[in-house]
Design a protein around this ligand. Structure first.
Ligand code: 0X9
Ligand code: ZN
Length: 296
């Protein structure tokens, strides 16, 4: 049977290899039909669990309050996903439309150019730059210890509820997490780690190759050019970013995507560019999703 399957379904053997022989344990939340009665009884009877573990793609938006095109993209991505049976079948998606809701509301009500969250540091200054608050190389270059700075890293790594929430959500799917993408603006760039240093990341080739494919997918939609490279290499070094942290946790494909434009309107992207921007960005995510399904 196995050799027949190998001829007809080349993907089947690798999937079968992942079948778990699992003792029914209380930690095993995946197991269906677990009544509370079953949970109470510690059984010695081995249970064969046949399952394939879907890869997870995690995407967040709105880490920086004023980058409005980012939450807009996350919402658009959801509308496209629910109409993409193949992408839903092959991948488990986790989307966070706005990681920094307090800051986002503040940009609507008080200060359009607010970047950080709204933590109160002292009488005069508010806000931690969530993208300097993550727990890998926290405190390094391109971050500030001054609470009044736009790039204030916070009193300690993961001091903020927003970065803690992301940490928890990522850790809950860590063993299946194939890609982490955090969506920002602006600059038209696909950035991979490291962000804290220009030292080459060991997976540079793999991340860069996927990134180039994503950039090509974007260009095919409206002809926009996105640069691909390491964050510290083609943008600037900055430590404590969520992308570096995800990478340090073992996520192979970790990206910061900086959407339109390249600076003529910057954060205040005209309404007429919202639709074309989210459509081209979706092409990049779709490309990555399909590649990851193929690789699985
Ligand atoms: O500075 C940032 O946090 C990002 N650029 S933005 O203009 N959206 O603020 C770039 C982050 C790149 N990744 C790391 N430095 N880790
Ligand atoms: Zn940003």
């Amino acid at each position: 049977v196995a050799s027949d399957s190998r001829q007809t379904r080349p993907d089947l053997i690798t999937k079968l290899e992942r079948i778990l022989l699992a003792k029914n344990s209380s930690q095993d939340t995946d197991t269906p039909n677990q009544s509370s009665k079953n949970n109470q009884m510690e059984s010695d009877i081995p249970i064969l669990k046949a399952s394939t573990k879907k890869p997870v793609i995690f995407i967040d938006g709105g880490i920086h309050a004023r980058e409005w095109i980012s939450p807009a993209f996350l919402m658009y991505a959801l509308t496209q996903l629910v109409e993409s049976p193949d992408l839903l079948e092959g991948i488990e998606w986790r989307l966070v439309p706005v990681l920094n809701p307090d800051g986002y509301i503040y940009t609507w009500k008080s200060d359009r150019m607010w970047r950080k969250n709204r933590s109160k540091a002292n009488r005069y200054c508010y806000g931690v730059d969530l993208n300097r608050n993550f727990g890998y190389k926290h405190g390094g270059s391109g971050s500030s210890s001054n609470p009044c700075s736009e790039i204030y890293r916070g009193p300690s790594a993961f001091s903020e509820p927003e970065s803690q929430a992301l940490k928890k959500a990522v850790e809950s799917v860590k063993d299946r997490l194939k890609a982490y993408v955090t969506v920002h603006s602006y600059g038209q760039m696909i950035l991979h780690p490291w962000g804290y240093t220009s030292i080459r990341h060991p997976d540079t080739e793999t991340m860069n190759y996927m990134g180039q494919g994503m950039a090509e997918a974007i260009r095919a939609v409206n002809g926009k050019h996105y640069s691909v490279g390491s964050a510290a290499g083609i943008l600037y070094p900055s430590a404590g970013g969520s992308d570096d942290w995800a990478s340090s946790e073992g996520v192979l494909y970790s990206y910061t995507v900086e959407l339109r434009d390249t600076g003529s309107t910057g954060f205040i992207l005209p309404a007429s560019q919202i639709k074309p921007t989210v459509v081209e960005t979706w092409a990049a995510i779709k490309y990555m999703g399909k590649k990851i399904i193929e690789e699985n």
